[in-house]
Design a protein around this ligand. Structure first.
Ligand code: UD1
Length: 446
């Protein structure tokens, strides 16, 4: 990240600053014990921040995770004219967003290409301003692929949308209107985008085959507090009575179920015991029983979930990812790190994203026995992984490699820390408080 980029992020989110050190050294083999507070969910807070674009009223969010993606989105929103004020208190980090004026023309390409959630600017800015230009990652080549459900849904609501020079240009000169939309697949982002647009569109919108992820429930509940009329929340069919004038809201961001699941695996692989404070078992969906089958014992208590290795030890098991309440694709790489050390055979099938096995090569460097055929990774558990120099290629792979490093024998050096910082709030401090030995630096032999 360039110096000027870092400065503009810091200006929009003063709590954020680049972390010194390009590599993370992890001394494996320490059992993790203690209290690990689960932060606010990355995938909820980004959509919740976007909801502020729909109202001139004040939207206050509590329990905001201190992560790079939030700083990037803060910077993007600031560029659109949104005023953000931050505070720290008993609810952790809080932000109040005021979008009484929105200037749709100023969407920064460099920031948009940093995260896919910026596609939510399409529905929100279009609904609020009647027009939006949104740069696409990769310019012309990428076309509208990957956001076709978003585009088709907004078109059904009356939007005109073209791709011009790598920029999506959408207009709705007459405003958006309600529509009956069936998603070809329960896309999380498309459900959020269409929901956000539909609350300002005139008339009734029905979103069928909607994604039921808990983050979408969190968003719908916040929109409800702002005055939107939404029924079917939590089901696969959302009905939105649009066109109300929205006011502000005060909302607590839900706990991050991916951090919860990842740290539950960390407790079990290191043979420790963690109280994952603020975690709730139901957020894990199908991952809870599957982790149980793999030897991760989970017990819900008043203030969270206690995770540790089951008395019978780790065991190989089969996993297939799917939309919620199926096994979350974002837990697939941490689960692979766990199963790499679980006696027996496992098969992990990824149904959501084609390219989501890039962590496999890195786990192999640590001694994992994994082969990939098509969309399935076949794993033969090994007694232990060994520390190695590895690189994170995406946000979830980063967490999986930290998990592998914590359980491995010897030192692991992790590169690609931007990915870790994108999605995990103070992970090293929180792990350090539970006995992990990690430090950032620039000069490791590796
Ligand atoms: C969100 C999450 C991401 C998670 C994913 C699936 C955020 C910021 N990110 O991503 O962490 O891994 O849900 O749980 O919340 N698709 C299309 N066309 C579209 C939209 C999606 O083909 O218009 C495809 C995608 O390529 C993918 C699948 O649908 O294969 C699921 O994608 P989607 O649910 O939209 O994921 P995101 O919202 O991008």
């Amino acid at each position: 990240m360039s110096h000027s980029e870092a400065e503009s992020l810091h200006a929009a989110a003063p709590w954020w600053q680049p972390r010194p050190g390009r590599h993370l050294s992890i001394q494996g083999g320490q059992a993790l014990t203690g209290i690990y507070p689960v932060s606010g969910a990355k995938n909820a807070v980004l959509a919740l921040m976007m909801s502020s674009l729909l109202t001139p009223g004040l939207v206050t969010l509590h329990n905001v995770p201190c992560i790079l993606d939030v700083a990037v989105l803060a910077n993007l929103l600031q560029g659109l004219g949104v005023n953000l004020s931050w505070s720290h208190g008993s609810h952790g980090l809080s932000v109040t967003l005021c979008a009484d004026h929105v200037h749709p023309a100023r969407i920064d390409r460099a920031l948009v290409t940093r995260m896919r959630a910026s596609v939510l600017l399409l529905g929100t800015v279009l609904a609020r301003c009647g027009e939006v230009w949104l740069p696409m990652p990769g310019g012309d080549d990428i076309g509208l692929r990957g956001i076709d459900f978003h585009i088709a849904g907004l078109r059904a609501m009356g939007a005109r949308i073209d791709l011009d020079g790598g920029v999506v240009h959408a207009t709705a000169p007459e405003g958006l209107h309600g529509a009956d939309i069936r998603l070809p697949f329960p896309s999380v982002g498309a459900t959020q985008n269409l929901l956000l647009a539909a609350v300002l569109a005139q008339g009734t919108t029905v979103i069928r085959n909607a994604a039921r992820e808990p983050e979408n429930i969190d968003l719908a509940q916040c929109l409800g507090q702002m005055g939107a009329v939404i029924s079917g929340i939590g089901s696969d069919e959302l009905t939105i009575e649009g066109g109300r004038v929205l006011g502000g809201a005060v909302h607590q961001v839900m706990p991050d179920r991916i951090e919860l699941g990842t740290m539950a695996c960390a407790a079990a692989t290191t043979d420790g015991e963690l109280l994952l404070r603020h975690g709730r078992m139901e957020l894990l969906g199908a991952a809870a029983p599957l982790f149980g089958a793999a030897g991760v014992e989970l017990r819900e208590v008043a203030d969270g979930v206690i995770a540790r290795r089951a008395a019978g030890g780790l065991r190989g098991t089969d996993i297939v990812t799917g939309p919620y309440p199926g096994f979350a694709t974002d837990l697939q790489s941490p689960a692979m790190a766990l199963l790499a050390m679980a006696p027996g055979a496992s098969a992990v099938t990824e149904t959501m994203f084609e390219q989501r096995f890039r962590h496999v090569d890195e786990l192999r460097k640590m001694g994992a026995n994994i082969s990939v055929q098509g969309r399935t990774g076949f794993i033969r558990g090994v007694p232990h992984l060994a520390g190695a120099r590895v690189t994170a290629t995406d946000v979830r792979a980063a967490a999986a490699l930290v998990l592998a490093g914590l359980a491995a024998q010897g030192e692991t050096i992790l590169d690609g820390l931007d990915h870790l910082d994108r999605g995990y709030d103070r992970m090293e401090e929180k792990l350090g408080a539970c006995g992990a030995r990690l430090r950032r630096g620039d000069r490791f032999e590796g």
